[in-house]
Structure formats: structure tokens, C-alpha cells
Ligand binder design. Structure first.
Ligand code: ADP
Ligand code: MG
Length: 702
């Protein structure tokens, strides 16, 4: 039997080196195996035929039987196009090709009946079909005996130019099936297939590529998705078990002087029940003797910093140092300020390390870190530079983790022999399916309650033409002594224009809110850290009332007196980012507002996002909506967190149920055999090894 994972696609009849290269580049298909795992994204009902006279421009696609009458080329050079006329007994249909003109003219012969398939469009008042597919009726009938379902494969422009259309791919898939003769080797053990009531691989593959009915197609897709998700879950659970079995953790056995003194004398408010609950959960980990790897989720403003602080006090009580890593310098500095204010009365030494820390300071700091006199180290990425060495790091807390990649987190870990406990904090709620997958090996704690007395933020959406109304509203709020954020988008691809907009926005505000009555600060990424700090300080202290900035303030910044967040060009932000930004207000007892400004013309998809923001303040609802609107691949943080292997058929946004079944199946196996040592499970281990594209040891990732 041929090993299809080794059969080069270029040897498949009709492919050859040129098309093989395109398949590889455009679709990642190098082998017969890859082609089989290149799945249709849609199925069209090809039982329905139209008459040319019935066709309207609104139809999603049409299928007609008829004859090519003649072709005509119009224009020259890049503007050259080919018009074809296709007829049946009711009329003539106009076809257009912009590419592959010569091949089309040669391929489609007069006097032979064809099945034509494509999407009608109205152009210049006439109905056209651009780049239709056509197939001789004789062939169509042969192929379509079984059913009317037609698999539609994803194709790119380059593929189509090389005549690698959806139709061609279908033919190539059929060739692979005939070349393997008998049947595709089952990829799962028989007992497993039976246990979970799965369709066999060969049948599932045949069915997915050329289905005969809906029921079988559903079963086939279930089988393939299940297999894919099962291995991801098994991988996660195995690594989690292995880590728990192998990796020791420091035991934080006592709660002592620092924690107790702080709790009794320096805590300004009663922790919420949710804060108390997660501290209990985390404390259990810290004294278990196993290394903690926990994700702390809590909506913006839910008080994660206090939790972090209390844990760092417990670490100090047990003679360990703590590290708190934040994604931006502003946030790190803010943590330093709030945390040192709280712990300095206790006699604990806290230090800040960022990219702008001077060499001389670094040398001094290193001494304090190596001697253990510095108990709490707060900083940015600079913390993971090689020179940083701690005497006894026991706890690493990563704030707003969605900004950090996996590799960076792994590096923090690599700094000591017994790994420190790791707590990852995030305000970006992750939909459950995604959490199960991307963070499936972390334990999760959730702060599901906001401190008392918070008023929900009121969110409104204004089109740009309502700027006067916005200014009136801002004046009212400023008159009450409140402060205002105005945030501009800033992305690499359009940096120059974005900076221009920011500058213009700043000037506009200065004209409409002139000194000396108002003072406006500005913060953006191009400023030197010192300048940024000064501008932030101006706003934090209340000296300036308005802060015009880029998203540098997205996470963590805490100015309770700021009650209005204006987001410019809000249609350009992702939902979770909008939610983060909105979370900068609503931190005091006053009513807070978020104003989403946008252009007058909005894509449907942008409008839906803004509507979601107006409708809810609930981070989890927003995360679910985000995933529905964007698909899981784009959710912040998940790209770099990455899955150990690509998903070819399953969709984390939609296949929640299959995912749950797959997770249960994986759980059943590891519950019996935590490290997968049983010979019966050797098969799975080998398969996982093959599936992992990289050598990354995923167990090292926290
Ligand atoms: P986040 O979870 O977004 O990091 P923070 O830790 O910045 O939230 O807390 C937001 C604000 O809530 C801070 O001003 C903090 O002092 C305050 N806060 C935290 N916990 C409580 C509590 N239990 N009661 C009252 N205010 C609290
Ligand atoms: Mg925070």
C-alpha cells in the first residue's frame, strides 16, 4: 500500500512541477495526504438547473445546460478580456474572463453540451457570469450519479490562474482515491472508533469529498473534527499531567507577618467575595508542593492587582521573591506606584525594571536581586533579559498576559531550577471553547464580581458629524471636575497617517478646549519614556483634564477621576480592545461614559461590533461576540499562544459540542493512564509526536 504522506503531489496525473509548486505555496499541499486533508468549505446543491431566461443578478449561483456559441476578445494588454456567449433554448448568457483567455478558448468547444456554473452579477445593466466553471454534460452526469452535492474547495487567485479550480481539486482528490486502490488506512484504533461511535476514516473521507446525503456528511465531518480536537485535548491533558507528576513546586506553607499586617492595618477596603475566593484557590496551589500554573481572569476593574499583591506578600512570608511583569512601561510604573504605596509601610523593598532603567541602576538592582533584599520586582519585557538574576524567585505574575507570547513566558520560567509558581492575569475574557484549547493546561480562577458601588458605564455611538454634540457633552463633564481620555488608533501599517490624525486631533482639541481653562496632555509610542511619564503624571495628578493618546493606555491605567473615554475611529478597533479601553473609566463612584466615534459609512461587520459594545458591558459576552464575528484565529493572544498543530476542519468558534466530546474522550484516557504509558495508548503518543510540528516542549509553557 502506498504511503500517501510521502507521495509527492507533483506525480499525481495532471499536476506536474509547476502546479505542484502553486499547490504547495497557496494551499500548503505537498503530498497526496495533504490533498485529502484539504477540505471543502461549502457544498452546493447541483441538482437544480436554471434556464437562461430565469436568471437574475440576485441569485447566489446558477447552473445551466447549454452550448458555447462564440468568443470575442476586447481590449489589449492588462485590460484585455474575453467575452463568451453561452446559449440554451431560452436565451443567451454573457460570460467574462480576465485571465487564462487562451486556455478558455481552447478548452471549451462548440457543438458540445456543457454544464455551466457560476455566480451571476449585473454589470452595465446586463447579467454576466465572471470566470464560470464549465464541464461537459457527459462528464457531469457520470460524476453526479450519486448525489447533487458538489464540494466547493477554497482556491486563491493564483490557483485559479493555473486552472486549479475547485472543480480541478475535486478531480485530483478522486485520482488520489483511485491511486490508493483499496481503502484508506484507519488512523484511529478500532476500539476507539467503536467506543465513540465514529465513522471509519475511509468512509468519512469519501463522504466529505463527495457526499451522498446530509446525514452521512454530518457524520463524516463529525468524525474528522472529533479526531482533530481529540488530539489537541489529549496533548494538553498529557502535558498537564506530566508537569504535575514531574515538576516540583515551592511550598508556601505559611501566611505570616507581611500578609497579616497588611490585611489588618493597611488594606483600604474589604476584598470582594470573588477576590477572597480566588485567593483561596491560589493559596491551595501554593502549598500543594506542585508548581502552580494558573490563569486569573477578571474583567477590567475587578481588582486583580490586589490579588497579585496579596500573593506576593505570601511569597515574601515564605522567604521568596516575586516578579510582576506588565506589558507596557506605563502600566509597570503604575503598578510600582500603587504597590509600593501599599507595601512600603511593611518594610518590603520593591523595584522597577524597564527598558529605560539606566546601566548604573541596573548594576545596583542586580545586587539587591541576587542578595534577596529586593522582594518584589516589577517590570516590562526587560525582566526576561539574560542578566537578570534572582536569589530565590518563587512567584511570577504576568499581568494582561494577552500581550505576551508563549516564548516570552517560557523564558521567564527558564530562570530557575525549580520553576516558580506562575499566575497569568488577564482582563480579556476568553470564550470557553478557546480557553479549553489554548489554555487547556492551565487551571483557571475567575473574579466574577466588581467592587461594590460601581455604576455600569454608559456607552454611546456617535458618527463623526456629531462632534459639536460631543464637545458640548465633554464641557459638561469637565465642568464637574471630571477628566477625559481621547484615544486614537495606531497601527504599524498606517503609522504615518495615524500619527497625523493623532496630531490633528490634539490640535483640534486645543482649539476647542483652550488654555488656561483647560490643559491637554498627549501620550504616544514615539515619545521618549521620560516625556511619556511626564505627560501621564500630568493627567494622573489632575493637572491636565484631557489626555489625547494612542492605545498605550489600553491596559491597566487607573485614574479613578477620569469618567469619559472617547474612542476615535472606533470601527478600526477589535472588540476586546474596545472593551479594554472602555475599562479605563468607571473606576470611581461617578457615572462614566464611553463614546465610540466612527465614520458615517460603516461596514456591516463594524456596525455589529459597535452595537455589541453599546449593548453590553459584560466582557464574556463581548468575547463570544468577538469570536463569532472574527473567528477564533484572530482573537488577541491566541495566535502567538498557538495550537500545536493546525486545525483543518474543526472550528473552535462553532464546534463547541464536538470539542466537549473530544475533551471528554481525552479525559477518559488520561484518567486511566495519566502519562500515557499503557501499551494500548502508545499509538496515541506516537501520533502526537508526529503531529507536533515543532520541538517546542509545550509543558514548559505556562
Ligand atoms: P484590574 O482587575 O482591571 O487590574 P485593578 O486591580 O486596577 O483592576 O482595580 C481597579 C480599582 O478597583 C482600583 O482602583 C482598586 O484600588 C479598586 N479595588 C480593587 N479591589 C477593591 C475592593 N475589594 N473594593 C473596592 N475597590 C477595590
Ligand atoms: Mg490590571
Amino acid at each position: 500500500m502506498v504511503d500517501i504522506t510521502k507521495s509527492d503531489i507533483k506525480f499525481l496525473p495532471g499536476v506536474g512541477p509547476h502546479r505542484a509548486e502553486i499547490l504547495q505555496r497557496e494551499a500548503g499541499i505537498s503530498t497526496y495526504y495533504d490533498l485529502l486533508y484539504y477540505f471543502p468549505f461549502r457544498y452546493d446543491d447541483r441538482t437544480r438547473f436554471y434556464k437562461i431566461s430565469e436568471i437574475t443578478g440576485e441569485m447566489p449561483y446558477i447552473q445551466v445546460r447549454g452550448w458555447f456559441l462564440r468568443f470575442e476578445t476586447i481590449g489589449i494588454g492588462v485590460k484585455k478580456r474575453l467575452t463568451g456567449y453561452f446559449v440554451d433554448e431560452t436565451g443567451t448568457l454573457e460570460l467574462v474572463w480576465f485571465k487564462g483567455i487562451n486556455q478558455v478558448q481552447k478548452a471549451y468547444l462548440p457543438g458540445i453540451e456543457y454544464v455551466l456554473y457560476g455566480k451571476p452579477v449585473v454589470f452595465g445593466g446586463r447579467i454576466n457570469v465572471v470566470h464560470p466553471e464549465a464541464e461537459k454534460v457527459a462528464e457531469f452526469d457520470k460524476r453526479n450519479l450519486v448525489s447533487g452535492f458538489m464540494a466547493v474547495y477554497p482556491t486563491t487567485e493564483k490557483m485559479k490562474n493555473a486552472f486549479l479550480t475547485s472543480r480541478t481539486i475535486q478531480k485530483l482528490v478522486a485520482l488520489v482515491f483511485s491511486s490508493i486502490g483499496g481503502s484508506l488506512t484507519e488512523s484511529l484504533p478500532d476500539w476507539f472508533v467503536a467506543r465513540h461511535n465514529l465513522m471509519h476514516l475511509h468512509e468519512a473521507m469519501t463522504c466529505v469529498h463527495s457526499p451522498t446525503n446530509n446525514a452521512d456528511l454530518a457524520k463524516a465531518r463529525y468524525r474528522l473534527k472529533f479526531e482533530e480536537l481529540f488530539f489537541i485535548q489529549l496533548n494538553i491533558l498529557r502535558l498537564k499531567n506530566r508537569r504535575q507528576a514531574v515538576v516540583r513546586g515551592f511550598v508556601f506553607g505559611v501566611v505570616g507577618h507581611y500578609f497579616n499586617t497588611f490585611y489588618a492595618n493597611h488594606l483600604k477596603f474589604e476584598p470582594t467575595n470573588a477576590q477572597k475566593k480566588v485567593i483561596r484557590e491560589i493559596r491551595n496551589d501554593l502549598r500543594s508542593g506542585k508548581q502552580m500554573n494558573r490563569l486569573l481572569q477578571g474583567d477590567v476593574g475587578s481588582g486583580k492587582t490586589l490579588v497579585a499583591l496579596m500573593l506576593m506578600l505570601i511569597a515574601a512570608d515564605n522567604g521568596f521573591q516575586s516578579v510582576l511583569m506588565a506589558p507596557t512601561e506605563i502600566l509597570a510604573r503604575q503598578h510600582l506606584e500603587s504597590i509600593s504605596a501599599m507595601v512600603e509601610p511593611l518594610g518590603l523593598k520593591v523595584t522597577l525594571l524597564t527598558g529605560s532603567t539606566r546601566k548604573k541602576e541596573r548594576a545596583e538592582m542586580l545586587e539587591g536581586l541576587k542578595s534577596g533584599s529586593i522582594k518584589i520586582l516589577i517590570g516590562t519585557h526587560a525582566l526576561i533579559e539574560d542578566w537578570v538574576e534572582l536569589a530565590n524567585p518563587g512567584l511570577v505574575i504576568i499581568d494582561e498576559q494577552h500581550r505576551f507570547g508563549v516564548a516570552q513566558r517560557a523564558k521567564l520560567w527558564a530562570k530557575s531550577e525549580i520553576p516558580p509558581h506562575v499566575l497569568v492575569m488577564t482582563a480579556t475574557p476568553i470564550p470557553r471553547t478557546l480557553a479549553m484549547t489554548v489554555y487547556g493546561d492551565l487551571d483557571v480562577s475567575i473574579i466574577d464580581e466588581l467592587p461594590p458601588g460601581r455604576k455600569p458605564i454608559k456607552t454611546v455611538h456617535y458618527y463623526d458629524n456629531r462632534r459639536d454634540a460631543l464637545n458640548r457633552f465633554l464641557r459638561e463633564e469637565l465642568a464637574k471636575g471630571r477628566q477625559v481620555y481621547i484615544v486614537y488608533p495606531m497601527i504599524k501599517e498606517s503609522e504615518t497617517v495615524d500619527y497625523k490624525n493623532l496630531e490633528e486631533g490634539f490640535e483640534y482639541m486645543q482649539r476647542h478646549f483652550p488654555q488656561p481653562q483647560y490643559l491637554i496632555s498627549m501620550v504616544h509610542g514615539k515619545m521618549k519614556p521620560k516625556e511619556k511619564q511626564a505627560a501621564m503624571a500630568q493627567f494622573v495628578s489632575g493637572q491636565s483634564q484631557i489626555l489625547v493618546s494612542t492605545t498605550v493606555i489600553e491596559v491597566g491605567v487607573n485614574v479613578p477621576n477620569a469618567s469619559v473615554m472617547v474612542i476615535e475611529s472606533s470601527e478600526r478597533f477589535g472588540l476586546s480592545q474596545l472593551h479594554q479601553l472602555r475599562g479605563r473609566v468607571g473606576r470611581g463612584a461617578d457615572q462614566s461614559y464611553c463614546v465610540l466615534m466612527s465614520g458615517v459609512k460603516l461596514a456591516d461587520y463594524s456596525r455589529k461590533r459597535l452595537e455589541t459594545m453599546v449593548a453590553t458591558n459584560d466582557g464574556f459576552e463581548i468575547a463570544e461576540a468577538d469570536m463569532r464575528l472574527r473567528g477564533p484565529g484572530d482573537i488577541e493572544g491566541t495566535q502567538q499562544s498557538g495550537l500545536p498543530f493546525d486545525l483543518k476542519i474543526a472550528n473552535l468558534g462553532r464546534d463547541t459540542q464536538v470539542l466537549q466530546m473530544a475533551r471528554d474522550a481525552a479525559n477518559e484516557i488520561v484518567t486511566d493512564d495519566p502519562l500515557l504509558e499503557n501499551p494500548r495508548n502508545r499509538f496515541f503518543v506516537q501520533k502526537l509526536q508526529r503531529l507536533s510540528k515543532s520541538n517546542t516542549d509545550w509543558s514548559q509553557i505556562s
